[in-house]
Design a binder for this molecule. Structure first.
Ligand code: COA
Length: 179
């Protein structure tokens, strides 16, 4: 009898990126609420499943946001990367990323590279930008390794763990991105 090969239903779309599914929500919520992720994101309050689900539902049909799951080598979900505040007139967007697992293995860079390529080559955006807390050295290194330039430092822009921190703003133009 011939072997039936089941198509993987969640095959990566662009490099290691794939669409987010409703089934991903519990894992995403766990990561999103963990200190090792929340420490580096703009929002600092723990999310409830209700708020999280509503966020997911509102993504559909929102032309200003695009979120993707990051797939690890073992085929499982490892994190999320996104474009938000997509401005279709100026053709720019804010970039974000987090990994809930598999850090320090090149996956963040691979994912961001795919997102950048999608933003410039598929969406035809002209500029990507990101803000990174001054104490987030891994993220600064990540953006710099993909050619993002430091455009400025916003002094005492955020407040975490009882004190103010600077925020570094990065930018990458379409003409600067390596294909
Ligand atoms: C930032 C993050 C996505 C990086 O992903 P990653 O898979 O761990 O990073 P990579 O292994 O792809 O490494 C990318 C670059 O950063 C460097 N790097 C990784 N971890 C680092 C660390 N802890 N300190 C300094 N540099 C680091 C790597 O050496 C590499 O640089 P190179 O290409 O010049 O060698 C991940 O650490 C993370 O999810 N952090 C928490 C959430 C977060 O900070 N999100 C960004 C908010 S702006």
């Amino acid at each position: 009898m011939p072997q039936v090969t089941k198509e993987p239903s969640l095959e990566p779309l662009w490099g290691c990126l794939r669409a987010l599914e409703e089934d991903d929500l519990p894992l995403l919520l766990k990561w999103r609420n963990s200190p090792s992720v929340i420490r580096f994101l703009d929002s600092y309050e723990p999310l409830s499943m209700y708020t999280h689900r509503r966020w997911f539902q509102q993504l559909h049909g929102d032309p200003t946001r695009a979120y993707f799951g990051i797939v690890a080598k073992d085929g499982g979900l490892a994190g999320v990367t996104w474009l938000k505040q997509i401005d279709w007139r100026v053709r720019k967007a804010e970039v974000g990323i987090y990994l809930g697992r598999c850090r320090g293995q090149g996956l963040g860079k691979e994912a961001l590279k795919s997102l950048v390529s999608y933003a410039f080559q598929t969406l035809n955006l002209n500029k990507l930008w990101a803000t990174v807390f001054s104490y987030n050295l891994a993220s600064q290194r990540l953006f710099e390794s993909l050619g993002f330039l430091k455009e400025g430092v916003l002094r005492q822009e955020t407040y975490r763990d009882g004190r103010y921190h600077d925020v570094v703003r990065y930018g990458l133009l379409m003409e600067e991105a390596s294909s």
